[in-house]
Ligand binder design. Structure first.
Ligand SMILES: Nc1ncnc2c1ncn2[C@@H]1O[C@H](COP(=O)(O)OP(=O)(O)OP(=O)(O)O)[C@@H](O)[C@H]1O
Length: 258
């Protein structure tokens, strides 16, 4: 069997506050993501979704259990991993092209080669003509395009996304979901995509994992058999999609009810 891209095996994660209060964020949690697989995680607030991503990055080691990336124990920040978060990670004092060129420059690429590569990505994410704009001169959707280009330019083998589109309006969100699938399909990174939105999870993923309320563990897993390439807006209206949303919601609603 092929080594999975990500393997969290029976992990638990405890946090201790300065006052000594102990919070168990995850309990006996296991998750495997195969190479090239798009996995979405849904779960109630506070169930440990962001903690899970933190463990994969190495920023947030587990209290017990093991975390492996491409078969190797996670010991620190791995350059194969790219992130996109809800908040824009763009630098306000840099223009679009300089923001996108940061990764390659940081990784040692010559500045002018990095800018050439960034120019290509500007075009690929539909921002041609905006190269010299600063983030405050862009819409939320355009800033998100910069963030996607900033991440994809580094050709990550693993992509971690924490509610990346939740601050966008519904239409922009649907556009960005389509763009994400387009970019992802070119190289097929292994993705862990955290969202509160069941429909977003189904539209994007190969597999949706539902977490129980905190301390989180896997409640159920759904394979998403929708054909690819997917048109996110169209797929939502198919019976298969609606049935999956109902099933996943019936699992999740028990966890979110107080
Ligand atoms: N650094 C920390 N110190 C103390 N407790 C923490 C820390 N980080 C997370 N927690 C706690 O761990 C639990 C899980 O948090 P986490 O942010 O992973 O949840 P989440 O599922 O991503 O939540 P949300 O959906 O609201 O973003 C919560 O109870 C949170 O308060």
């Amino acid at each position: 069997m092929k080594t999975p891209a990500i393997d969290l095996n029976n992990v638990s994660r405890k946090f201790v506050s300065p006052q000594g209060k102990v919070t168990l964020a995850l309990r006996e949690f296991s998750l495997t993501v195969n190479e090239g697989e798009f996995c979405a995680i849904v779960g109630p607030t506070g169930c440990g979704k962001s903690t899970t991503l933190g463990m994969i990055t190495g920023l947030n080691p587990p209290s017990s259990g093991s975390v492996r990336v491409f078969g190797q124990p996670v010991t620190g920040i791995d350059p194969n991993i790219g992130f996109v978060f809800q908040a824009d990670a763009v630098f306000p004092w840099k223009n679009v092209i300089d923001n996108i060129a940061i990764g390659p420059i940081y990784r040692g690429m010559d500045k002018s080669a990095a800018k050439d590569k960034a120019a290509d990505w500007v075009r690929r994410v539909g921002l041609a003509g905006f190269e010299h704009h600063y983030p405050h001169q862009l819409s939320g959707g355009m800033r998100k395009r910069v963030a996607l280009a900033q991440t994809f330019i580094n050709e990550p083998r693993i992509l971690l996304m924490d509610e990346p589109f939740s601050a966008l309006d519904v239409q922009t969100r649907a556009l960005m979901q389509d763009e994400l699938l387009g970019l992802w399909s070119e190289r097929k990174a292994s993705v862990v995509f955290v969202t509160h939105d069941i429909e977003e999870a189904i539209a994007l993923a190969d597999r949706v994992v539902v977490l129980s309320k905190g301390p989180g563990s896997v409640k159920s897993t759904y394979d998403i058999p929708l054909a690819r390439p997917r048109d996110v807006a169209e797929a939502r209206y198919t019976q298969q999609f609606i049935d999956l949303s109902k099933q996943i919601w019936s699992d999740l609603k028990d966890e979110v009810q107080v």
